[in-house]
Design a protein around this ligand. Structure first.
Ligand SMILES: Nc1ncnc2c1ncn2[C@@H]1O[C@H](COP(=O)(O)OP(=O)(O)OP(=O)(O)O)[C@@H](O)[C@H]1O
Ligand SMILES: [Mg+2]
Length: 237
């Protein structure tokens, strides 16, 4: 079967348990995302967006339901198998940069390649190339503290892409940035999408969401019917 769907979720549920208190963060999510698609995820705080993202990125597992990534069923995988999938398929960008302060940019970017067992010379070459791709070719030796917020976020994008994943997941990547740095980051995300990667981006900002091919709205752990508002508007016309 041709691999048109990078992501297939079928009735995915996630229940968090703290002692005897349970909370259903995802209540039956069914969703396909096509290869090369750019999907924006919106929804109120606490609706389950990050929970969904963590499952998509194999950082966490669903309580029930089925999840396939690139045709592989990951719902039943153990932690080491999930780690392998993450390393091979997924790049993450978060609101917090999570960069190592004592290391120059290129060392931060090469880290995922260390885990992947790539040799030192190749790691450095690829890390510098990834930094050049995000416009930081002249900052490879700067430590995070010597970079602006927008530049630090570009380093994290380089780090996410250095392993050449097919899927880029971004959870509020512009949340800590001023509007002009945010635009720069979104321009880079657009570029990543144009290069053929699948992008899933969580945002609170509908303007940000306007750049995507598709908008998914999460409410109370469920995905709202697609394009309801658009349909209603079309009917009114
Ligand atoms: N580890 C956890 N244990 C218990 N409850 C959790 C845990 N993680 C998240 N939750 C709860 O699950 C719900 C969804 O959380 P999630 O982080 O997915 O929301 P979100 O849509 O990303 O919100 P935000 O926009 O504020 O980032 C929230 O009510 C949250 O309190
Ligand atoms: Mg969140």
């Amino acid at each position: 079967m041709a691999e048109t769907h990078v992501i297939r979720l079928a009735d995915v549920r996630k229940t968090y348990s703290n002692g005897d208190i349970e909370f259903q963060a995802l209540r039956g999510v069914t969703l396909d995302i096509n290869a090369g698609e750019y999907v924006a995820v919106i929804g109120p705080s606490g609706s389950g967006k990050s929970t969904l993202m963590n499952i998509l990125g194999c950082l966490d597992v669903a309580t029930s339901g089925r999840y396939e990534i690139g045709g592989e069923d990951v719902s039943q995988m153990d932690e080491s198998q999930l780690a392998e999938i993450r390393g091979r398929r997924v790049g993450f960008v978060f609101q917090q940069f999570n960069l190592l302060a004592s290391m120059p940019a290129w060392r931060n970017v090469e880290l995922p390649l260390c885990y992947a067992g790539v040799g030192p010379a190749e790691r450095k070459r690829r890390a510098i190339a990834a930094l050049q791709d995000v416009g930081l070719g002249d900052k490879v030796n700067n430590r995070p503290g010597q970079l602006s917020g927008g530049q630090q976020q570009r380093v994290t994008i380089a780090r996410a892409l250095v392993t050449e994943p097919t899927l880029l997941l971004a959870d509020e990547p512009t949340g800590n940035l001023d509007s002009s740095s945010a635009r720069e980051i979104l321009d880079i995300v657009d570029q990543v999408h144009r290069s053929g990667r699948t992008v899933v981006l969580i945002t609170h900002d509908r303007d940000v969401a306007g750049r995507a091919d598709r908008l998914i709205e999460v409410r109370d752990g469920r995905i709202l019917e697609p394009n309801k508002a658009a349909l209603a508007a079309a009917v009114e016309r």
